[in-house]
Design a protein around this ligand. Structure first.
Ligand code: GLU
Length: 261
């Protein structure tokens, strides 16, 4: 699944950006497009509390949504000038390259493989891969998953890393974290492998599961953009906003409000 998406997107990037050719000055930039539209279109998740979720009124909420509002304020002068478009781990890159969204803010880690087809901002958070298991499970570490079954979400970093770390594991994939969580609770597999922050969000208010203490990776979250000269000024603007909002303590305050500092 992940490989197919990467190959498809590589083709899009090569066709759109003329890979290998010298970059020429773009006639319109993504930043121009946003300023003339007067609204930023941001891909945010709805299944990853406390990063991207819908609150009780059905409004986009979470740290990723809050960052999107700060970016809208920094670029367009108002945190209202943002349109949220729901994405999942497996469709976020497609929605970016189809032009449905200007950027992805969706618990997305910078990885060397993704950097071949995407550009990233500076990181705004760092998570780590971990295991969520049913309480009392005999699975205590990643290696205990050998000859057992584990759940991943399609398009996530653990879809790739789990099979490499534990070749003997049976991998079951789901499209959303909600489906993944329900499957774990129903006993379809022994663990979910994903970012600690997302797993904690799932486990909140549910004492039939537990997040194991060991971390298996560093997952630097960043805003993702289409690769190419058109996105350069937009990335610079977003990087500046992240730096300013880090320095003035706003990002820290948002993290604290969600208990993820
Ligand atoms: N941070 C990981 C990733 O970018 C897992 C979270 C997610 O599914 O978005 O794949």
């Amino acid at each position: 699944m992940y490989k197919k998406i990467i190959t498809l997107l590589m083709l899009v990037v090569i066709t759109c950006c003329g890979c290998g050719k010298k970059e020429s000055e773009p006639t319109t930039t993504d930043l121009n497009l946003i300023t003339s539209r007067g609204e930023i279109h941001v891909g945010v998740k709805t299944d990853t509390y406390p990063f991207g979720y819908l609150d009780e009124k059905g409004h986009f909420a979470g740290y990723d949504a809050a960052l999107a509002r700060l970016i809208a304020r920094g670029i367009l002068g108002s945190d209202k000038k943002v349109k949220f478009i729901p994405v999942t781990a497996s469709d976020r890159m497609m929605k970016l390259y189809s032009g449905d969204i200007d950027m992805i803010i969706a618990t997305m880690s910078i990885t060397p493989k993704r950097q071949e087809i995407l550009d990233f901002s500076v990181p705004y958070y760092t998570a780590g891969q971990a295991l969520l298991v049913r309480k009392g499970s005999s699975v205590k570490t990643l290696q205990d998953l050998n000859k057992k079954r584990a759940i991943i979400v399609f398009g996530s970093t653990s879809e790739r890393s789990l099979k490499m770390a534990v070749p003997g594991v049976g991998v079951i994939g789901y499209k959303t974290y909600i489906d993944a969580f329900n499957a774990l609770k129903k006993g379809k597999a022994d663990a979910i492998v994903s970012d600690d922050t997302i797993l904690l969000g799932l486990a909140l208010k549910d004492d039939s599961v537990e997040l194991l203490p060991k971390r298996y990776s560093k997952e630097p979250y960043a805003v993702a953009f289409r690769k190419g000269p058109e996105s350069k000024t937009l990335i610079n603007a977003v990087n500046n906003i992240i730096k300013i909002e880090t320095k003035n303590g706003n990002l820290k305050k948002i993290q604290e409000s969600y208990g993820i500092k």
